[in-house]
Design a protein around this ligand. Sequence first.
Ligand code: ATR
Length: 279
Amino acid sequence: MFGPHLYAVFGSPIVHSKSPEVHRAFARQTEQDMMYTKQEVTPEEFKETVDDFFELGGMGLNITLPLKELAYQYADKVSLRAKLAKAVNTLIRDKNGSILGDNTDGIGIVRDITINQRWHLKSQRVLILGAGGAVRGVLGPILDEEPKSIVIANRTASKAVDLAKSFEGMGDVSGCGLNSIPPGVFDVIINGTSMSLQGAAPPLNPAQMTAQTCAYDMAYGSGPTAFLQWAESQGLVALADGLGMLVEQAAESFYLWRRVRPKTAPVIQMLREGMRREI
Ligand code: ATR
């Protein structure tokens, strides 16, 4: 095919997606001849729209909510990390026309935490709040970092217990309710609930953190999220939202498609400045 290689992100709603901005910045930076668009696609339209995209010569897709499970079913082959997540956020057309499914969300948060923030996960006691798709998507790569233990705490305790069980062969991981978190101090607390989007903070016991505890919110906004504001009010100083994760997962998708690894720091900074201007 002649002309730029075609990529896109599909989801619903898609209007606020920052993926085109991120991938266009990567393409400029690494001088890749590619086009990246966003498209509103409902679950009902998913299969036909993805078929059409690849038939028309598309090279790769990002898939966001609520289509990640459908993309997992769609792919001809999936990576181990996608299998663990039971979700796919990246589709890649290989040279034989097969569609490969991968999930870059987990490596995205791990890179943001360990490289950009320079926090440790290895041998750390990690608390993860939430047990939905967002948390399932990142557990495999976080466990690969060999934390000492992971406690998954969720409003609906049974979902946390079930999720922990499906990862039990990979490390010390347990599940519980938000109000029955086992005692002890955590080194890293990751918020994977949608609470911040509702402006609420979790009912955590301040005795389970110290000033050295790192707080990470998978959500992000134009200012600090409710969870990070709450963490700061408890005296925590290492705070990060999910903007870096967004850019890192995109960078991993970009690498899978183009075999070129873009620099993420300038793109994180560009988005941060753009969001400040929106306030
Ligand atoms: P996602 O795919 O983004 O993870 P989800 O599957 O709807 O979305 O999961 C949302 C998560 O946020 C869940 O863990 C949910 O808890 P429940 O499993 O009990 O529903 C959590 N959540 C949402 N609103 C919450 C709130 N107000 N307080 C505590 N947890 C909340």
